[in-house]
Design a protein around this ligand. Structure first.
Ligand code: P5A
Length: 445
């Protein structure tokens, strides 16, 4: 993309209404525009990041054997009357009436609808296990939407639902989701710690939230610092193997890690004092196992191996896709702006032309731009007639992890500058070497 032809409405001023750094930076970098309290348009740069996150989520869900589908945002109220949640959900649910007087709602989550799909099409334990998921907008009429996309009213969620024949199989599905989520967040450059949590309006007896540590997080968390030494890394886990998944879960759930809702001072006191931590965290996902809470009242049964009809065991698993954009920025920025992890960056590399109009500089930039695109990368080429200082400031603000700076002086010596946004380190190397280096960084990501 050439910046002169792109739509990147960066702001010079720091918006007064934004209380936390990710919100300020998203507004300043022209990623979002607020349309109403807690409701945002995703401008092109923000939309690119959102799509990158969605892509990682899809890839990791499919790796775990989960199947994508798409359910609507509007749901009939009758489904929620069957589960009893139409009345229970309270003011957070946006209720709508159509021209025929039928009650609808903008879905805050989809347990009822997926249970309806299941009961209509699945009848035997032989069709299990089954996990279906989608990435779809949700609406929760939060009393205090704030912090930009972190606590929105309309927000994008990946929500998945497992169907299993009994509790053991459902616990495997729960564990499989935990393992899959660990991988998913790491690919986004995040450390998200699973913590024992309450189940709230979703229900059930087993739940973990995934928290990214950040001072601006809305949850208070208590943990053994040993958990922050764990990394999922490149291990190949067989997602169909309950034992393999169980072992990973055992590793991550051994150190104490709980949100304030489930925190237990007595148990926490058993953690060696120097490892006890109390901090704040951003909840970027949550998994639940709730057995037959929805299948029983809604009549979603399967015949088991003995030929008996039993309610199917279920759980649900959510990732805050739009919230993640803010959470990643909270975890990765400096005074000058955002620092995107390579896994989610909106463009792989910036190219700055220090002297547009200079024949050699223009030609070198064009060659680098074309070569990066030939390697399957998305560069952002700042070809505008602007001061160099302004170009650097924009690049730093929007946070592309790598920058190639091209100017007549360097070119005379046969070099360009390759700069890391994270460390600020710059190297004078040939254009070809810079292209190879950038391509190698993204190889396999
Ligand atoms: C799990 C999937 C559920 O709704 N039902 C389907 C279960 N869980 S949850 O914890 O309530 O939500 C899942 C994740 O969605 C994000 N989230 C939000 N993001 C932005 N703004 C909001 N108002 C908001 N509410 C929830 C969180 O990341 C949460 O973990």
């Amino acid at each position: 993309m050439r910046l002169s032809r792109y739509f990147l409405p960066v702001l010079k001023e720091t918006p007064a209404e934004a209380q936390i750094v990710s919100h300020r930076l998203m507004l300043r970098a022209g990623m979002i525009r607020q349309q109403a309290a807690g409701i945002y348009s995703w401008l092109p740069l923000g939309y690119r990041v959102l799509r990158r996150i969605e892509q990682i989520v899809h890839e990791e869900q499919e790796r775990a054997g989960h199947i994508p589908l798409l359910m609507p945002t509007l749901q009939p109220a009758d489904l929620w009357r069957e589960s009893g949640r139409y009345d229970d959900y309270g003011e957070e649910m946006l209720r709508i009436r159509d021209r025929h007087g039928r009650d609808l709602l903008y879905g805050p989550t989809n347990e009822e609808m997926i249970t309806d799909i299941f009961r209509a099409h699945v009848g035997s334990y032989r069709d299990l296990p089954l996990t279906l998921y989608h990435i779809q907008w949700k609406f929760r009429d939060e009393i205090r939407p704030r912090f930009g996309v972190m606590r929105g009213r309309e927000f994008l969620m990946k929500d998945g639902y497992n169907f299993d024949v009994d509790r053991d199989a459902a616990v495997h599905a729960y564990n499989r989701h935990m393992v899959s989520y660990l991988r998913t967040y790491e690919r986004m450059g995040l450390q998200a710690i699973p913590m024992r949590a309450d189940t709230g309006p979703i229900g059930g007896d087993l739940s973990h939230e995934f928290l990214v540590l950040a001072d601006t997080g809305e949850s208070e968390v208590f943990y053994d610092s040993a958990i922050t030494d764990l990394a999922f890394g490149e291990r190949a886990v067989n997602f169909h193997d309950p034992q393999a998944c169980g072992e990973v879960v055992a590793e991550w759930t051994a150190p104490y890690a709980r949100t304030d809702e489930t925190h237990d001072e007595a148990v926490f006191a058993e953690v060696p004092e120097e490892r006890r931590r109390t901090r704040r965290g951003i909840e970027v996902g949550q998994i639940f196992n709730f057995g037959t809470k929805y299948s029983e009242p809604m009549g979603a049964t399967v015949s088991n191996a003995q030929g008996r009809q039993v309610p199917v065991h279920m759980g649900s698993h959510g990732i805050g896709v739009s919230r993640l954009v803010g959470a990643i920025i909270e975890a990765s920025h400096d005074e000058a702006g955002i620092i995107w992890p390579e896994g989610v960056t909106p463009f792989h590399c910036g190219i700055i032309n220090l002297k547009p109009g200079d024949t050699e500089a223009d030609a070198a930039c064009e060659r680098i731009y074309a070569a990066l695109r030939d390697r399957g990368l998305d560069p952002l080429y700042d070809d505008r007639e602007e001061r160099a200082g302004a170009k650097f400031a924009t690049m730093d603000l929007i946070g592309l992890p790598w920058r190639i700076t091209v100017g007549p002086r360097g070119l005379k010596a046969g070099t360009v500058e390759l700069t890391s946004r994270r460390t600020g380190e710059a190297e004078e190397i040939s254009p070809e070497a810079a292209i190879d280096r950038v391509a190698a960084i993204y190889d396999g990501l």
